[in-house]
Design a protein around this ligand. Structure first.
Ligand code: TYD
Length: 202
């Protein structure tokens, strides 16, 4: 089973991924977690460029680097693990490229980004995607103390476009489950488990 988590910065993905991994471990189901961009030596080097490189990075360069990091992760780790029957959870996947580079930066049309995503993912599609939805206010409150990386310095109007992009994607794609991430950690986890168990039964 291939599960991805999406949402704007501060949506609580990391906590929910940890809880879901613990659930699979209790079930004695093999489960691997990776973050995007990252998860392999090459992809982590690309991550450093993307998040800590200079502010002069061209938006098309940025889009291609996120895709390059993804291609390496899928080819080197995700696809071999899925073939072995391991559950793979990703902290972000190609929906982030649609939302951030497509709707946020407008680096290319959504059609072109979809084609790029198909190449970079080696056509591997998630079984389930959880979109942890929070308001811009909650996101600001949760992230204001953090030291900002290059993406997080982009500003409020950028994040509003990204959030609207995630909303649109979620309304178009049936694999994407929108979760009210303003709820308590326990309630969010319960919603996620319900969807995972329903998928496993189907
Ligand atoms: P990260 O520190 O992992 O943020 P978070 O904990 O919010 O996931 O940094 C990833 C950043 O990169 C985040 O701001 C979203 C951005 N991003 C894109 O712009 N496009 C992409 O395709 C991906 C995977 C991430």
């Amino acid at each position: 089973m291939f599960i991805t988590f999406e949402g704007i910065d501060g949506s609580g993905k990391t906590t929910q991924i940890r809880l879901l991994k613990e659930y699979f471990e209790k079930q004695k189901t093999d489960c691997s977690v990776f973050r995007e961009p990252g998860g392999t030596d090459i992809s982590e080097q690309i991550r450093t460029l993307l998040l800590h490189g200079g502010d002069e990075m061209d938006p098309v360069t940025e889009m291609l680097l996120f895709s390059a990091a993804r291609s390496q992760l899928i080819a080197e780790k995700v696809n071999p693990l899925l073939e072995k029957g391991t559950v793979v959870i990703l902290d972000r996947f190609y929906d982030s490229t649609v939302a951030y580079q497509g709707y946020g930066r407008e680096s290319a049309t959504i059609g072109v980004i979809n084609q790029l995503n198909s190449i970079a993912s080696h056509k591997t599609v998630p079984d389930l995607t959880f979109y942890l939805k929070i308001s811009a206010d909650t996101a600001r409150k949760r992230t204001e103390e953090n030291e900002k990386d290059r993406m997080e310095r982009a500003g409020d109007s950028f994040f509003a476009k990204v959030a609207a992009g995630f909303d649109k994607l979620a309304s178009e794609e049936s694999r994407i489950q929108t979760i009210n991430a303003e709820q308590s950690v326990e309630l969010i986890h319960a919603d996620i488990l319900k969807a995972v168990q329903a998928f496993s039964r189907s």
